[in-house]
Design a protein around this ligand. Sequence first.
Ligand SMILES: Cc1cc2nc3c(=O)[nH]c(=O)nc-3n(C[C@H](O)[C@H](O)[C@H](O)COP(=O)(O)OP(=O)(O)OC[C@H]3O[C@@H](n4cnc5c(N)ncnc54)[C@H](O)[C@@H]3O)c2cc1C
Length: 369
Amino acid sequence: MKKQYDFFILGAGLAGILLAYRLALSNKKVIIIDAKGVAEGASSTPLALANPATGRFAKKSYKSKEALDSIALILEGKEHILSSFVKKKKLIRPCFDIEIAEKTSKNVEVDNWENGSAEWLTKEEITHRFPLINESFGGLIVHNSYVFNPAAYLKYLLSEMRKYDCDVLEGINYQTTFEKDKQSWRIETETDIYTAGQLIHCTGHEMAHKKNVPGVAIKGQTISVSLNKKHSKSKEWTAFLSEYSISAQGYLCTLDQNEWVMGSTYEHRFNTTDPDESGLKYLTNKLKRISDELPNMVHVNNQWAGVRYSSPDRKPIIGTIDTEKKEHIFRGLASKGILYAHLYSKSMHDYLLYDHALPKEVTIDRYPL
Ligand SMILES: Cc1cc2nc3c(=O)[nH]c(=O)nc-3n(C[C@H](O)[C@H](O)[C@H](O)COP(=O)(O)OP(=O)(O)OC[C@H]3O[C@@H](n4cnc5c(N)ncnc54)[C@H](O)[C@@H]3O)c2cc1C
C-alpha cells in the first residue's frame, strides 16, 4: 500500500522534529525517518542549555531575543506538562581568567542586552552573591535561559504530532528515489512504500545527499553526576542549582535535584564517537574549576558523547539544494541547537509553505555548492 505525505523529513533530532512539528500544526502530512531512532544523534545530550551568550567572551548571540521568544511561544501554555524536562533558569558565567573577564565586561557594555536581561557582576559582587563558586574576576548573569532534556522534549512534540497526520519510522533501512515523471519522492522500506512532494535533510553531522555542504563535525562529551547528600554543602548546592545553571567554558546544570550534568568537550579530531577517559578527566577538571570542592562532592553515574555539526561561520545552513526535486536542507545547529532550532524551524516552515525568503545569515546560498 502506498502512503502519501506532503513532506519527508530525514533525521529525528532537534532540527527534524521541530520542523515537522510546525508543519504538522499547519495541517501538513509529514513522515520523519531516522536511520537510528528519535533523538539518538547529538540531540540525545542528557541536558542542554538555551544559552544566549556565546564563546569565550560571552558575546550576545545573534538574534538571541528572537530565538528565546520563539522558544517561549512553543512552550506557552505547556509549562506545566513540560516541567520535568524544560525549566527556565538564570545562567551565570563566572570569569576565572582576567583577560576573559575584561573582554566579557566590555562585551556586556556594547551588547545592549534587552531590558536588563543580562548584567555584569564585579569580582566583589560575584564573590558576595555566589560564595559556592571559586573566586573569579567577575561574571555575567543572563536572566533568561532554559535547561532542556532534549530527548524527552522531542518525544513530547512527537506525541503531539501524532494527533495530526504524521508518522515516524525509526531504525530502518530505506531507499529514496525522485520520480521525475510524478514529480514526487518515493521512499521504499522492506515492507512499505511512501511518497511525498518534498524532502528535507535534517541529518545532523551525517551527509545523506551528494552535495558538498561545508562544515565540520565536532565531538562533545558530558558526564552525569549525583551529589553526595551527606556532604555539608549539599543543600546549598542543590538550592543554588535549582535557580541557576553555570557556564564557564563548559556548563553545569540540572533539572531534577538528583542528577547534574557537566558538559562539554570540543573535539575537532577524534577516532571514536564513544565517551572516553580523556573526556572524563577534562569534565572533572571543569567541575573543579567551578568549585574546588565539587569533584569530591559528587560521583559520576554516566558519560555520554555526541557529534554536532558546525558550518564555517557556526550558523545553521538552511535552504534548497535541488529546486527541481524540491530537496532541502536544515542543519548546522552546532552548539546552539536549542536556541536556533526553534527560531529557524519557523523560518524554514514559512519558506516551504509561503515561499517567504530565508534569513540571509543562514541561507545555504552563502556557500557555493
Ligand atoms: C556534548 C554536546 C553538548 C551540547 N550541548 C548543547 C547545549 O547546551 N545547548 C544547545 O543548544 N545545544 C547543545 N548541543 C548541540 C545540540 O545537541 C545540536 O545542535 C543538536 O542536537 C543538533 O540537532 P540536529 O537535529 O541537527 O542533529 P541530530 O540530533 O544529530 O539529529 C540528526 C539525526 O539524523 C539521523 N540520521 C543521520 N543520517 C541519516 C540518514 N541517512 N537517514 C535518516 N536519518 C539519519 C541521526 O540518526 C540523528 O538522529 C550539544 C551537543 C553536544 C554533542
